[in-house]
Write a protein that binds this ligand. Sequence first.
Ligand code: GLU
Length: 500
Amino acid sequence: MSVRVRFAPSPTGALHIGGVRTALYNYLFARQQGGTFILRIEDTDQARYVPGAEQYIIETLKWVGLLPDEGVGFGGDKGPYRQSDRKEIYHKYAHELVQRGHAYYAFDTPEALDVRRQSEDNFTYNHLTRNGLSNSLTLPASEVESRLQAGGPFVVRLKVEPGRQIHINDLIRGDVIFQSSELDDKVLLKADGMPTYHLANIVDDHLMEITHVIRGEEWLPSTAHHVLLYEGFGWSDTMPRFSHLPLILKPVGNGKLSKRDGAKFGIPVFPLEWTGGTAEENFSGFRDTGFMPEAVINFLALLGWHPGGEQEIFTLEELVQAFSVDHISKGGARFDYEKAKWFNQKYIQAADNAVLASYIGPLAKNKGYEATEEYLQQVAGLMKERVTFLPDFVETGYYLFEPVREYDRETFQKKWTPAIAVFFNELIGLVATFDTFNALALEEAVKHFIQEKGFKPGDVLPLLRLALAGTMKGPAVFDMAAALGREETARRLRALTQLQ
Ligand code: GLU
């Protein structure tokens, strides 16, 4: 049977970076097995539905290059892939499960249940309490019938039989055992006619012929109920294999990475920028921070999965080859943002100048800089060893687009002498009339001139660098000069002589 996996996010807000990792692992597994990767939108909880979240999910998958084979916005013949478009299907199955004796109708009002919750500690609707409550197990059949005829309100609950062990053979965690006596009779169909996550998820996984469920650890406890649902429907034979991914932990301290950690640590914890209703609900993302999507993928791949060797840099294709579920760790994976930055640097350094130019172009434009494609590629080449984030090309490297705003005065004071001032003016003459304005020729000519006039390179080159970039950091002096061109180089050398 061919592998079919799904990424099944709920559109309740910005997709957490952990969700992107879940999508990635599903994608890698599908690709490696020659299988199918599906995007299913789980939007049955109307109270938590957030407009724009579905588009955010799709845009994220496109940005990181994890394109589903089937799903909302991607076609496929097992749809619809948005759960709110599948309401009737869940109804049918909820009633069927009642018929099969594994679920029942419950008529208790929310108020009546609240009273119980207030008077009893840890009240749960389960095998111990259900016989004293208002449901199709306790009410006469005729009464049940007339209540259903009247259209409710009612919910459908899973009938969990006590006294058995439920085994989940998790591909990452091995045999995980739950006691059915400790489980509640989960609501499957709500009074508003919508299914809960549990029902919709299992019905869909079955109908969409999902073979492997790869999802976050937080869903492990629900899996016990899911196994009972598969049994109840008579679908145990085709139940998917489960893999529960480790938690992503905070950069420091205990506990799992939360959306609030972004603001707390000044780091992105979402893939893309998200504008919520309030300032507190606005989040920055990896994309707008200036990460290359390939770097994010590489970083996330190693957040919980270890390839076994020393290699750290993997293309998506290499990840597909190397990925294996049994190399996913059980323990939480620390969200090491410094490592994410390191990956980004590596990917920027290795990227083609043309690719980098395609990122730098819009950033430059935003700043009002005009630059040709050729120039953008030169900037890419000059700066790529010196940046961490894409916007650094136009921020750290602003002097490649506009005059120097600020000079390293300390170095200037140290190096600027009356003798040098005289020499510098002669040098400007040379530069301003220099014919073959390329880095090599210019370097040779300038160095020769320095020597001829009895100076050392160390007396002059730092000043040249200051003139062009204002800082002692930055690209090689003559490469910069060549990129800036003769006029601009001469203009900047002159500007330096005006500094006091
Ligand atoms: N809708 C669930 C979520 O938001 C899906 C969990 C699962 O993959 O079963 O993560």
